[in-house]
Design a protein around this ligand. Structure first.
Ligand code: NAD
Ligand code: GLY
Length: 351
């Protein structure tokens, strides 16, 4: 087992190991001595694949387990689902000494965390991420929330989990395309500030993901500890996301998040080279890496369309926008430009 400890406004351990859905009981019982009520939040796909295993563990500890299960996918990440969670928590009469367990990908974790942040003005929650993306990114760091019709993640709260258990066995049932989405986020850490991770990723990591997942979590932990509220260094985690979110939206979400981030990273690297802010070898290095993990690198949209969508994103601040730009292989930095120049900047990345 590998453990990464996060020292943010709350101190908690992230454990990574095969079989944790069954073996996390002792640690859970230490954190939350029974008897207590637990609301298991999950989606229908994950419930069918992995729910029984975790419910048995929770019952063996001595918890009374309630369930809130919703249809899988981003379309469920709505205020209506959150209201359903609040009602389920109230009907089961959970109190502040009880807790929520999130079992699933980022959609489950973000919404379960938001329900935990807001129900009774805050109750604890624990994450059991089951996608690669959720293990390396969304389950750690305390960003919780849901989408509005006007945009993704427009409501939310910072609420750190009490513990995170990454059972790498759950990755075995992930469809290849969803695993590839997670690989985009893994690769992202390398280009933010971890050249040694990029070296390690030259060999496929699918057979032994524990060390890679732990390294990504440690990279994220460092940025979260430096800037929990996302006003500075944590924004580096948005590498590829400003253009990527625009690609996702313009494709009506037919291009997945990970694919869009991959396209966005390459676009930003090329644009940064054009602006003489990045070493010339970065785009080719990135393209080769992303292709090796079955991710796309070519943007199908024009600069004006991308800029229009990107400027409606919550990353804009007044008339400026902060971009994450690679500077060399394994290094990135924040760079703020005027919103009026974003389309021209993107155009420099579309060749
Ligand atoms: P997701 O939760 O929708 O999961 C993707 C699909 O995989 C779903 O259909 C789900 O049912 C299925 N699935 C999950 N685990 C499975 C398993 N083990 N086997 C088979 N199928 C499984 O999406 P995601 O990619 O995990 O997360 C994306 C979400 O995360 C977005 O809403 C994004 O905004 C959010 N996010 C949040 C943060 C954060 O810091 N909070 C960071 C990055 C992304
Ligand atoms: N995924 C971006 C962050 O946690 O800040």
């Amino acid at each position: 087992m590998t453990t990464v400890t996060v020292k943010a406004s709350k101190i908690y351990d992230v454990q990574i190991e095969r079989g944790l859905l069954s073996s996390a009981g002792e640690k859970l019982a230490q954190l939350f001595p029974p008897p207590r009520k637990v609301m298991l939040v999950t989606d229908d796909t994950v419930r069918a694949l992995w729910g029984d295993r975790l419910i048995s563990t929770l019952r063996e500890i001595g918890y009374t387990v309630f369930e809130f299960v919703f249809p899988n996918g981003e379309a469920s990440k709505t205020t209506a689902t959150i209201v359903g969670m609040w009602e389920a928590l109230a009907e089961a009469n959970l109190t502040r000494t009880d807790f929520i367990v999130a079992l699933g990908g980022g959609v489950v974790g973000d919404m379960a965390g938001f329900a935990a942040a807001t129900y009774l003005r805050g109750i604890p929650f624990v994450q059991f991420p089951t996608t690669l993306l959720a293990m390396v990114d969304s389950s750690v760091g305390g960003k919780t929330g849901a989408d509005l019709a006007t945009g993704k993640n427009l409501i939310g709260a910072f609420h750190q989990p009490s513990a995170v258990f990454c059972d790498t066995d759950t990755l075995q049932t992930l469809p290849a395309s969803i695993f590839a989405d997670g690989c985009a986020e893994v690769i992202k850490y390398g280009y933010i500030n971890d050249p040694a991770l990029l070296e390690r990723l030259q060999q496929p990591f699918t057979n032994d993901p524990e060390a890679i997942i732990a390294r990504c979590i440690a990279d994220k932990r460092d940025l979260v500890e430096a800037d929990e509220r996302d006003t500075g260094a944590r924004q580096l985690l948005n590498l590829g996301h400003t253009a990527g979110h625009a690609v996702e939206a313009l494709s009506n979400f037919s291009i997945s998040h990970g694919s869009a981030v991959a396209i966005g990273m390459v676009l930003m690297a090329k644009a940064a080279v054009t602006a003489r802010l990045c070493a010339a070898d970065v785009p080719a290095h990135m393209e080769a890496m992303l292709k090796a993990y079955h991710l796309p690198t070519v943007c199908p949209f024009d600069a004006a369309a991308l800029a229009q969508v990107a400027l409606s994103d919550k990353k804009r601040k007044g008339n400026s926008i902060t971009l994450v730009l690679p500077s060399s292989v394994g290094n990135s930095r924040l760079h703020t430009i005027s919103a009026d120049t974003l389309a021209d900047f993107f155009a420099g990345g579309l060749h």
